[in-house]
Design a protein around this ligand. Structure first.
Ligand code: ADP
Length: 194
């Protein structure tokens, strides 16, 4: 199996690259942001609970995220593996994910981190906000909050995977196709050496 954590700040291009990767490697995409937006759209209880956090650019509480992923992992995916996008976003989530995967005998192959400078992130998110309809993409203060939360809560997760020898960083600035090629190259290395 190929189980990849695609990591990086908001606006780094995780969603875009995930789409290409799931197609190329026949993987299942688990994007916690997308899943929450789906719940919101369907008006479920979980969607209601997540809304205030999402609209403010804050993290949804770990328990809600972890239980949602746990449930998602139980679906019969029939794929070659999973891309985790936007998850894990805290150390507690990373530990929980290791336990969830341990239970299912399907370890993480590696984490691929997309590096993009803040100025570029803000520009990309603002641009996306024009068409995405996402409240959190349309407000400077909310964008700033998300970047701060990323730095304080999420960045330590990179270190968690680095300690396991599973961390690779890639420059996330450039043409979508070129970045995709670099990610594929790293995935091939990960597959060869583990
Ligand atoms: P982005 O990466 O552009 O910020 P996402 O679609 O990944 O967007 O997430 C949107 C929002 O959903 C986050 O700001 C947060 O409120 C919530 N969310 C998504 N994934 C998680 C997670 N793993 N833990 C906590 N909250 C999350």
């Amino acid at each position: 199996m190929l189980n990849i954590v695609l990591f990086g700040p908001p606006g780094a291009g995780k969603g875009t690259q995930s789409q290409k990767l799931i197609e190329y490697y026949n993987l299942t995409h688990i994007s916690t942001g997308d899943l929450f937006r789906k719940h919101l759209g369907e008006g479920t209880a979980l969607g209601q609970q997540a809304r205030t956090y999402m609209d403010a650019g804050q993290l949804v509480p770990d328990r809600l995220v972890i239980d949602m992923v746990d449930e998602k992992l139980d679906e019969d995916h029939q794929s070659k593996g999973i891309i985790f996008d936007g998850f894990p976003r805290t150390i507690a989530q990373a530990q929980a994910l290791d336990e969830l995967l341990e239970k299912r005998k399907m370890p993480i192959t590696g984490m691929i981190a997309l590096d993009v400078p803040d100025e570029e992130l803000v520009q990309r998110i603002r641009e996306r906000g024009k068409t995405s309809g996402r409240v959190d993409d349309q407000d400077e203060a909310k964008i700033a909050t998300r970047l701060e939360v990323y730095r304080s809560e999420t960045l330590p997760v990179a270190n968690y995977y680095q300690k396991q020898g599973k961390y690779v960083a890639i420059n996330g600035v450039g043409k979508i196709e070129e970045i995709f090629q670099k990610i594929m190259h790293e995935i091939n290395q990960l597959q060869t050496y583990r």
